[in-house]
Write a protein that binds this ligand. Sequence first.
Ligand code: DGJ
Length: 729
Amino acid sequence: MGISYNEKSRSFKLDAKDTSYIMAVVDEENFLGHVYFGERIPDEDVNYLMRLEEPPFVPSKNNRDRMSFLDSFPTEYPTFGLGDFRESCLKVNTKSGMTAVGINYVSHKIYKGKPKLQGLPATFGSKEECTTLEITCVDKHLKLEVILIYTVFENLDAITRSVRIKNNSDEDIQLTRVLSACVDFDRMDMDVLTIHGSWARERHLNRRSVTYGKQAIGSTRGESSHQMNPFLAVMDKTSTEDDGEVYGFNFVYSGNFLAQAEGCQFDTTRVVMGINPEDFAWRLQPGEEFTAPEVVMIYSNEGIGKMSRTFHDLYRNHLIRGQYKDKKRPILINNWEATYFDFNTEKLLNIAKEASKLGVEMLVMDDGWFGNRNSDNCALGDWVVNEEKIQGGLKYLVDEVNKLGMKFGIWFEPEMISPDSDLYRAHPDWCIHIEGRVGTLCRNQYVLDLSRKEVRDYIYESLREILLSANIEYVKWDMNRQLSDVGNNILPAGCQREIWHRYVLGVYELMDRLTSEFPHILLENCSGGGARFDPGMLYYSPQIWASDNTDAIERLKIQHGTSMVYPVSAIGSHVSDCPNHTVGRVTPFETRGLVALSGTFGYELDVTRISQEDRDMIPKQIEMYHKYNDLIRKGDLYRIGNIFEKPQFDCVEYVAKDKSEVLVVYIQVLSRPNYHSRRIRLKGLQKDAYYRNEETNEVYSGAALMNAGILIKGLWGDFTGKLYHYIRV
Ligand code: DGJ
């Protein structure tokens, strides 16, 4: 049993694979407190850690100093306004204008399996894999019920959390803050790791000390964003890639979020995560419920690397769904960087013909095939094929591509509307807007109000018609701006702030409809590159375009940061032409292929116009993809070189789950004068097994490869790459 309740100590013990998480109900007033989170321990009762006998006394013993208790107690789900001045998770606005909430334990239930979260993406698991605990707490004054939901995965070091709030009063209660998780760590000597970025340089790492006050990241952009990813980890200051305790938190949501580590007065750290309270409000009518999105908590006692591998296993097996979940993805060629808006049937077919000869398996037609879209200034919303460009129609094009033995994929940006579009001319109020105010444009477009059912229905029907009109087997779902001017002329004033969350729920509903009606379609999410690379999106699409930056060297950083949390199988990665369109760098074609291998792999170039030498390399790269993709997609990732720390090289290793095979991808970034070889030590192998280098046939023990290492020789030239494949003998 992964979860137990000890009647005597009134404590809950959640056991994941090698992790324990303990809470206890204390005092006559039934406060629910956090006791322990870390390596698995056998004891059920560790309440001696709760400091209940020392000042500040618990309320039943010394209520004259109640605030001292509330402001220091490691509360499991802190609420606003009664004397806990650290970050709170729950705040309201009642009819009489009151904001305080105080909750106490009432009951609980433990059951096998994991419940779905209504309308929200979430991890899933069977009754054999998961156990769930629901703790009901109540604010008697407000008649507000707060149900804290925990699920443990018994074979992974993963615990998920969510919260359901129910209004049992006979008045409306407005929720103005509902975070999904809080953990009070009884220490402050930790570092906090977050992932930040911008367009074309997504998911770079930032590590700093936890110190007094709030170290917060978040998004108020309506999407998880290029700028901050909904991930935060706290860890020992000495933790490295391979050693030390690390606690990773990831929010399964694609909109505004807050993730924060707060150093508090008694040298404790409060970590919270959830929907960003900035501009959030949700009206709960009597009897209604609100469900907060899920937070995933991962514990690792073997450094950052093990945390990442646990996230990868959890997401590959318990989040990503659909027919491509465990499948090798077709190698695609996308025409964006090849043609931008300047294409027609002939150009696309020429690319497809050449690509099919080289072994490419799918043609993806990107932005520009609909309405009068010849630039990014117009036509979003007009999902009608432009037959001046797609001469002969879409079906003809798809059939011709299919005749070449290739699949066909298509680009949409369903959430957007151009002011210069037939849709806008017909429904100017369908975009998110503030009545009477000129809306802020971004890429010359507005955001459709997907909180409205009629808008969602219209968009879905337009997409559906296109998808039914030809044999389309892949969709790239793009989203190229953030939300601003948030309002509409539909919801009452008191519900206007709900639009942020209703929008995200609307996006999820659309993706749910799409993936249910067209289960054979491979969906790839994208948001101006990688602005929505989050677990919410992974629930609907097994892969996400990582960045518009396709430069192999920049990609090393982006892919390194992305792999902190997200599996390599989900990272959309293509070989593009040089000089690179974003940074102007020239890298060898071979290296571009090696870097794209650590992702879904594909091409984004005009294969009819690249040099013969580069073209000749494509079949070899494709052979390499077919040979290694199973290992890369399903294996364990070990990061060996980190170009954030040492800009000279990057190195990753993929080890088969049964340790029978290992692939090492080494990229020499900056050459060092008079330095021609480098020793690196492999990781994660079977110590007492022997491994044969496939190229040289040399055989060494796992122990030697891990402790003594391998020699990377012939380090000559920047941006060069090498591959080493070892097979257990
Ligand atoms: C942004 C995407 O990231 C690109 O790959 C491309 O699809 C463009 N949008 C098209 O407008």
